[in-house]
Design a protein around this ligand. Sequence first.
Ligand code: T46
Length: 143
Amino acid sequence: MTDLIKVKNSGIVTLPRIIDDRDGALCIMNSLQEIPFEIKRVYYINNLDPKSSLRGKHAHRKLRQVIFCINGCFTLTLDDGKTQQEILMREDNVGIILDPMLWHTMKDFSSGCVLLIAASDYYNEADYIRDYDEFIKLAGGGL
Ligand code: T46
């Protein structure tokens, strides 16, 4: 599973998942345990349009995050400035680490898809790199 990740500044987190048969499943994330940083913020994204929604398209300067798909599925694309890859997110207990300087995009959402993200810090727009050319310059990639 760990060789799934080809880009820099990423990784996989697997949460304990307790299956209670017909009573459902329960997944647990602990700050500084399964999640490799202190969690200061959690947010979720839902009500996506399977035909047209496209999110992300940015990198962060300092923020660390782990992204989960807790219902349905979607495609996560990762780009470290040199290497790109796509990951099909469909297991509710498997998260992908989004460390700084990793351009990420979320697309191809199934109906009822729900994303949950644990973040190392509070929201700060100044931490975002939303211009791809600037990202490539800062990542030391490109020509
Ligand atoms: C990320 C990916 C995985 C806030 O005011 N506070 C918040 O905590 C967040 C997350 C967003 N916002 C505002 C900022 C924008 O005006 O919500 C609006 C939508 O945010 P954004 O376009 O950045 O959403 P995504 O889905 O492209 O990105 C989000 C996170 O913002 C981002 O950090 O890495 O999910």
